[in-house]
Design a protein around this ligand. Structure first.
Ligand code: SF4
Ligand code: SF4
Length: 349
C-alpha cells in the first residue's frame, strides 16, 4: 500500500466534557487523564499544517464547551487548514453563530439531530435538547449559515430518518450525513437495545436511496460509517490500481486520524483502545507517530490479503476490505477479522 505522508483528515477533541448525555455516544465515559491545554492544541495545529493535513474537525465532547474554541478555530484557519466543527448545536447563541461565520467554520459545520420531533430526538439526546438544537439552527440561519445535519440511525429513529431529511429541507439545509450506530464508548452498553435489525436497515437504505434520487439538486444525503452490506461497487478487481487500494476499505491510520482530548492518537473515533493507540502527541510529534508507529503500520497492513474469515470468500473483498474493523474488535476479534455484522459473503463466481 502507498503510505500517505499525512492524514487527509484529522478529528481533534477540544474537550471530553459534554452538556448532553446521549445514549448512543461513541465516547468512553471513563477517560480521566489531563486535557490538552490551548497552547498544546495550537502547537498540534502548527504540526498538522506543516505535515500537510488537509482538513481538521473540531470535536468533543461538545467542542463549544472549550472556552478557547474560537481562538483554536481562528489559528487553525490562519494556518491554511480546512476546519470543520461538529456540535450538538444546543450552545449556539446568536453571538456564537456570528463567530462561526467570522471564522469561516461554517464550511464544514455539522449539527447532530436524531429525530424530526422532540419526542424522538429527546428520547435519545435528553429532555429539552431538540428545542435547544433547533434554537441553535435558528441562530445560524439568522446569520446565513445552513449546516450539515448528522443523524445516527438506531431503533428509536430508523423510521424517522426520511422525516429528518424533510426537516432539513424545510430549513434550507442542503446536506444530511447518515451514520450507523457503533458499539463503542457509551453506545456499547446500549448496543443490543438500540441497534436496528438488518431488515429494517436494508429497507431504510432503499427508502433513502429513492428519496435522495428524487430530491437530487435540493439536498444531498451521504453515509458515514455505513453498515456493511454486500453492494455492487461497479468495478472489477482488475480495474483497481495501487492508488485505489490506498483509499479502499477502512481509512483509519491510512488517511484518517483522531486526537483525543488528552493527546492520544488513534485511527478512528471507534478505536479508542489502549492496545491500538498509536502514541501521544505530548511525547512524540504527530508526524513521527504517523510515519513510524507500529499501531498505524499494523493498520496499513489490513489489506484484502490479510482479512481472516468469511470475507475471504466474498467477491467484493477487494473493494470493501472486510467491512468495519471496529465491529470485529468490539466482538473480541482483531482488526483483520471479517466484519461480523455484514450478512455476506457474496460468493465469487
Ligand atoms: S462479506 Fe465482507 S467483504 Fe463481503 S461485503 Fe460483507 S464485509 Fe464486505
Ligand atoms: S473503524 Fe474504519 S471503517 Fe469502521 S468507522 Fe472507523 S474508519 Fe470507518
Amino acid at each position: 500500500m502507498i503510505p500517505l505522508s499525512a492524514p487527509i483528515d484529522v478529528s481533534i477533541e477540544l474537550t471530553a466534557r459534554c452538556n448532553l448525555h446521549c445514549l448512543h455516544c461513541f465516547q468512553p465515559d471513563d477517560r480521566k487523564y489531563p486535557a490538552l491545554t490551548t497552547n498544546e492544541i495550537l502547537d498540534i495545529g502548527h504540526q498538522m499544517a506543516e505535515m500537510g493535513v488537509f482538513a481538521v474537525f473540531l470535536s468533543g465532547g461538545e467542542p463549544l464547551l472549550n472556552p478557547d474554541w474560537s481562538i483554536i478555530g481562528s489559528v487553525f484557519v490562519s494556518l491554511g487548514l480546512t476546519v470543520g466543527l461538529s456540535t450538538n448545536g444546543t450552545l449556539i447563541t446568536l453571538e456564537t453563530a456570528l463567530k462561526i461565520k467570522e471564522l469561516g467554520l461554517y464550511k464544514a459545520l455539522q449539527v447532530s439531530i436524531e429525530g424530526s420531533t422532540p419526542r424522538i430526538h429527546d428520547a435519545i439526546r435528553g429532555e429539552g435538547s431538540f428545542e435547544k438544537t433547533v434554537r441553535g439552527l435558528d441562530h445560524l440561519a439568522e446569520v446565513g449559515i445552513y449546516p450539515n445535519i448528522a443523524v445516527t440511525v438506531m431503533k428509536p429513529n430508523i423510521h424517522d430518518v426520511p422525516n429528518i431529511i424533510d426537516f432539513a429541507l424545510r430549513r434550507n439545509l442542503n446536506h444530511v450525513h447518515v451514520m450507523s450506530l457503533m458499539p463503542a464508548g457509551r453506545a456499547k452498553k446500549h448496543f443490543q437495545k438500540l441497534d436496528p435489525s438488518l431488515e429494517d436497515w436494508i429497507s431504510m437504505e432503499e427508502v433513502l436511496q429513492n428519496k435522495a434520487h428524487y430530491l437530487k439538486g435540493k439536498i444531498s444525503v451521504d453515509w458515514g460509517n455505513r453498515r456493511y452490506l454486500p453492494r455492487d461497487h461497479g468495478f472489477s478487481e482488475d480495474q483497481y490500481t495501487e492508488v485505489d487500494r490506498a483509499f479502499t476499505g477502512c481509512p483509519a491510520g491510512k488517511s484518517k486520524a483522531v486526537i483525543d482530548f488528552g493527546g492520544f492518537l488513534y485511527g478512528c473515533d471507534l478505536l479508542k483502545y489502549e492496545n491500538i493507540c498509536a502514541g501521544n502527541i505530548r511525547q512524540t510529534p504527530i508526524a513521527k507517530i504517523w510515519n513510524s508507529s507500529s499501531a498505524f503500520s499494523d493498520w496499513r497492513s489490513r489489506t484484502p490479503e490479510s482479512i481472516i474469515g468469511k470475507c475471504k470468500y466474498c467477491k467484493w473483498l477487494f473493494a470493501c476490505v472486510g467491512g468495519c474493523p471496529a465491529l470485529s474488535i468490539a466482538d473480541g476479534f482483531t482488526m483483520h477479522h471479517s466484519d461480523p455484522s455484514c450478512p455476506g459473503p457474496v460468493n465469487k463466481e
